[in-house]
Design a protein around this ligand. Sequence first.
Ligand code: ZN
Length: 399
Amino acid sequence: MKFVVLVADGMGDWPVEELGGKTPLHAAATPVMDRLARHGVAGLCRTVPAGMAPGSDVANMALLGFDPARHHTGRGPIEAAAQGIEAGDDDLIWRMNLVTVDGFGPDGIMRDYSAGHIATPEAASLIAALKQRLDDEHFVMHPGVQYRHLLVQRGAADGPAARLAPRPPHDILDRPIAPDLAEYAKAPALDRLVAEAARLLSGLPQNAARANAVWPWGQGRPLRLPRFQDAFGMAGAVISAVDLIKGLGRASDMRVLDVPGATGLLDTNYAGKVAAALDFLGHGDFIFVHLEGPDECGHGGNARDKTEAIRRFDALVAAPMVNALWDAGAVFLVTCDHLTPTALRTHHADPVPFLLAWKGCTAPSNLPAFTEETAASTGVVVEPGHDLLRWALRQVRGT
Ligand SMILES: [Zn+2]
């Protein structure tokens, strides 16, 4: 059996006035997903366990079949796994954004969680300059992609820094940063590091971007996951532009397929992702294709761009995958990890719509289209979310 999971990050939404009261998924032309919804089973899935933050890390871990309540240690550790960064069990790994703030102090405001979507080479130069001044026996910075970097705090997994709760910067756009600075202040060494980084960044001559602070968050011990193949009996691979998906793949010993030009934005290399997925399925069993674009549009609050991102997901990813594999009996699970409502501009933990379709489905939902509303109308709810993959395998096998 070939099993295809297509994830449009943050695709789920609420009705938007600008779209005539439709959600972006409803407003977008999605003939392929609509056809799958006629021939398959749709429903809702609670990807975010109660009490956990609705992050992509938590939700995608659940979609891959691993219980976040059991395995999730933080976002930083997942991304460290993606980069193959070795860390000891008592180290604390932070995700560290380059951000734009209006004033790094008690009156400061978070303006941009991505420092203007800073380009990777420019970011690398800034992080290199920070490393030179700030890396020591306690802290090591690791440059990543665009605004997404990592900070390893040695031996801190049982110290005060482990319990801090600075908010993800994309959750506090245009809001005061004072509560988060108060968090950092509880761990003096970290507090000194973030203050010094902000001071250095404003003074760097090569800093033409809007990166004027670092923002550590999502910390935890190194991630350890079971092997995907042992858990599900399928040889699997993941494809994504973003590190956290690669980290989940690496930590569960899946193949991580790198696609040049996968940007995480609307202009990503769709054809490259599809080609890599089809190539892998020539021998492998399970492919997890992740598209970040809809989520980025949701954070930007742009319903029309989000609608376009979903249209492209359907036309440029779902269509060629279905065309190539439907007749051969492949199974398609199409969903999103969490909602990113454009009205909210951040993630929401409500259950996500999903559809499961394959050629031999004998009791299809017969839906006219795939939307949040039609998926909810079937009454199918898969909960907890990490059961979705096992639930899907049971449907397909008729057990
Ligand atoms: Zn997400």
